[in-house]
Design a protein around this ligand. Structure first.
Ligand code: URA
Length: 269
């Protein structure tokens, strides 16, 4: 049976069977949202959005709610009119040290290189997508997965996962400026939550380490811009307990179940 591609992927690159987690028996009903996330259609927020705009149908009728129970073996679920099918799929999580000048997306209309282009062919067709986003001009720790529930745990603000960045700015912060960044600064999308800012000398050219618990667009750059500094280099080195370590820029590794569990255990650091 043909199946749809994960949300956000080009329609022509990966028409293949989608699969769901082996623990779903198909006999018990499960919420539509869980079914679609487990089938690899994308992260929870993307799937909720797709249901809201009417892209999902159950037994020929447009789905109205992501909580509606579905019977995986009996109900006919379609996405953009194409059937979503049902087999067990291995979950995979990859840590990449993102180099400069790659887009954090699965595909680009203008043909620019994306973080998926770094992976060898054996990783194609597994429904991998980036967890959150690093700017084109940011390097460092980026996770790629096909596990929508994990993505939710890693990105939802209520879990407050700490993300540490090394920053190079064109100057030296005063004590007052450092405290301001730590307390929160008003950006055009609201006040930033408390952060940690440390001066560092161990990893040139970076001169500060900044830990934030949010994931707003270009947040670190905008925080520094607010107090009059330009970020000239930015690298993410930690998410939760997971450190980039000595992974070389442009290289990646598969994470073990323990490494993933340890990442999720971290709260405030
Ligand atoms: N903050 C930024 O400004 N850019 C990133 O890529 C990540 C965090």
């Amino acid at each position: 049976m043909l199946c749809v591609n994960p949300i956000g992927r080009r329609a022509d690159i990966n028409v293949r069977p989608c699969r769901v987690h082996a623990t779903i028996t198909g006999v018990e009903p499960i919420p539509l949202l869980r079914y679609l996330v487990e089938a690899g259609l994308g992260a929870r927020r993307q799937v909720v959005g797709a249901i809201k705009v009417g892209r999902v149908a159950v037994n020929g009728r447009q789905a109205e709610s992501y909580t509606m129970p579905v019977y995986p073996q009996a109900d006919k679920i379609t996405f953009d009119g194409k059937p979503v099918s049902f087999h067990a799929r291995a979950k995979i999580v990859i840590m990449l040290n993102k180099p400069l000048n790659l887009l954090t997306t699965t595909s680009d209309d203008r043909g620019r290189r994306t973080v998926l282009d770094i992976l060898p062919d054996e990783y194609r067709g597994l429904g991998l997508y980036p967890v959150g986003r690093l700017d084109h001009d940011t390097t460092g720790l980026l996770l790629l997965t096909n596990d929508g529930n994990l993505t939710y745990r890693l990105t939802h603000p209520r879990f407050e996962l700490g993300k540490e960045y090394l920053v190079h700015i064109d100057g030296t912060l005063t004590q007052q400026e450092r405290e301001l960044l730590e307390k929160g600064v008003p950006l055009d999308d609201g006040m930033t939550a408390p952060a940690k800012v440390k001066e560092i000398g161990y990893d040139p050219p970076y001169n500060y380490s900044v830990t934030i618990h949010e994931g707003r667009n270009r947040q670190v750059r905008r925080m520094f811009a607010h107090i009059g500094y330009t970020v000239t280099a930015l690298k993410r080195v930690r998410m939760g307990n997971l450190r980039l370590g000595d992974l070389v820029e442009g290289k990646f590794k598969k994470l073990s179940a323990q490494e993933i569990a340890s990442t999720l255990r971290q709260h405030r650091q």
